[in-house]
Design a binder for this molecule. Structure first.
Ligand code: SF4
Length: 364
C-alpha cells in the first residue's frame, strides 16, 4: 500500500490548493456530539448519548483515511458532523488551513461543495422519478450552472464512472443494478467538483465481485481527479485494501490510528487486535474457535469509567478502570506515527504489561 507521503498531491495540480501538500486537507479538532435523551411531561433532558466524544485527526491531501469500528461506535455520526448535516456541540474543522464556520474563513456552503458524501444505500440515495442524468445534473444546476452545461458534465461523469452515457443517461434508478446505482451516486458526488469524498459504507451493500469493481473505480478516480478520501467501513479487508492510514473508533472515541501496514501487522490496542482476529478467512487452517471479541459494546449513555474497553478487554487491570489512557497528540503526530490509547502501550502507565520507563531500565 502506498505511503501517505507518496500519495500527497502536487500542490500545483489543483488551483484551489492553498498550503501545498504538507498542509492537511482537513483537520478535525476535539469534535463532540452528544444526543440528548428526553423524557417526562416536560420533555426534560435525562441523559445523553455520547456518540462522538472529543475526536481529533487530520487527513492529508491525496490520502485515504479508513475509519473502522463496530456498528454504533459513532463512525456515521462523525461523517455527518464533517458534512455539517448535523450540528456539533464542540470542536473545529479546518479545511486546507482555513477554519470552517459562518463567520470564519470557509463558509459552510463552500465546505459542502468541497466535501461530498456517498452513502451505503445506493437506491434510496437517488430520486426514483428522475433519469440518472438529471440526478447527476441536479446539484450543479442548483449551484447556478446552465442546464446545457450541467447535462454535458453529467454525461462526462457517467463516462468517468464506467456507464456509457448513450446507454445509461435516460435510465431510471430501478433499471440499474446495485453496482451501477452506486456508480451513479459516485458520479453525483463528483458533480460539484469536490476535493474530499466521504464514503460511508459505500461498498458494503454490494456483492464481492461488484465491490471489487467499485473499489478499483474509486482508486482510478482518486488518481485522475486528485481526490482525498475518508473511507468508513466495518469491513477490515476492504479498509486494508484502499487505505493509506486507518483510524479505529470505539464508543465514540479514537483508540488507535496509524499507517495501514503498521496497524494491520502490529495492532497495539486490544480492541483492534480483536477486530482483526474476527476477520473471516478463506483458509480453513485459520479458523477461530473462540470469539475474540465477546459481548456487545457498553451503553454509550453511560460508558465505563477509565478505559471504555475495560469491560471487554482480556488484559484489563485496576489502572484501566481508574484512568482513561491517552491517545497522544494526534494533530502533532506525523502521518507515519502509530498511536494507541492503551495503558499497555505507554511506558510507566502502571499496567503490568506496559514497557519499562528509562528510569526503570537503568535502575535509577
Ligand atoms: Fe485493555 Fe487496559 Fe488497554 Fe483498555 S487500557 S485496552 S482495558 S489493557
Amino acid at each position: 500500500m502506498t505511503l501517505v507521503t507518496e500519495t500527497a498531491i502536487d500542490a500545483a495540480a489543483d488551483p484551489r490548493d492553498r498550503g501545498g501538500p504538507a498542509q492537511p486537507m482537513l483537520i478535525v479538532e476535539n469534535i463532540k456530539k452528544y444526543f440528548p435523551i428526553r423524557a417526562g411531561l416536560l420533555n426534560r433532558k435525562v441523559a445523553e448519548v455520547k456518540a462522538v466524544d472529543d475526536i481529533s485527526f487530520y487527513v492529508m491531501k491525496g490520502e485515504t483515511l479508513g475509519i473502522v469500528g463496530e456498528s454504533g461506535c459513532g463512525k456515521s455520526t462523525l461523517a455527518r458532523l464533517l458534512m455539517y448535516l448535523i450540528e456539533r456541540d464542540e470542536g473545529n474543522l479546518v479545511l486546507d488551513g482555513d477554519l470552517v464556520g459562518e463567520k470564519s474563513g470557509v463558509p459552510i456552503d463552500a465546505l459542502r461543495r468541497s466535501l461530498q458524501m456517498v452513502f451505503q444505500d445506493s437506491y434510496s440515495s437517488l430520486n426514483p422519478r428522475l433519469p440518472i442524468e438529471q440526478s447527476i445534473a441536479y446539484g450543479p444546476k442548483v449551484q447556478g450552472i446552465k442546464p446545457k452545461k450541467a447535462k454535458e458534465q453529467a454525461q462526462d461523469l457517467l463516462g468517468k464512472v464506467g456507464l456509457r452515457p448513450n446507454l445509461f443517461s435516460q435510465r431510471y434508478p430501478h433499471e440499474l443494478s446495485g453496482g451501477q446505482k452506486q456508480r451513479v451516486n459516485i458520479a453525483r458526488a463528483l458533480a460539484l467538483d469536490p476535493r474530499l469524498l466521504i464514503l460511508d459504507e459505500a461498498v458494503s451493500a454490494l456483492d464481492k465481485s461488484v465491490e471489487a469493481q467499485v473499489l478499483n473505480l474509486l482508486s482510478e478516480l482518486k488518481e485522475q481527479l486528485n481526490l482525498t478520501y475518508i473511507f468508513i467501513s466495518h469491513d477490515l479487508h476492504v479498509v486494508q485494501y484502499i487505505s493509506d492510514r486507518v483510524l479505529v473508533m470505539y464508543l465514540g472515541q479514537v483508540v488507535e490510528i496509524g499507517p495501514v501496514d503498521k496497524l494491520y501487522s502490529n495492532p497495539k490496542h486490544p480492541y483492534t487486535q480483536a477486530l482483526l482476529a474476527c476477520r473471516l478467512s478463506m483458509d480453513p487452517d485459520e479458523r477461530v474457535d473462540a470469539a475474540p471479541l465477546a459481548g456487545d459494546p457498553p451503553n454509550p449513555v453511560n460508558p465505563p469509567s477509565g478505559c471504555r474497553f475495560h469491560t471487554r478487554c482480556p488484559h484489563a487491570e485496576d489502572i484501566c478502570m481508574a484512568k482513561a489512557p491517552a491517545l497522544g497528540d494526534v494533530l502533532k503526530a506525523t502521518p507515519d506515527q502509530h498511536l494507541a490509547a492503551c495503558h499497555m502501550a505507554q511506558a510507566g502507565s502502571g499496567h503490568s504489561k506496559a514497557p519499562a520507563t528509562l528510569a526503570e531500565l537503568f535502575n535509577i
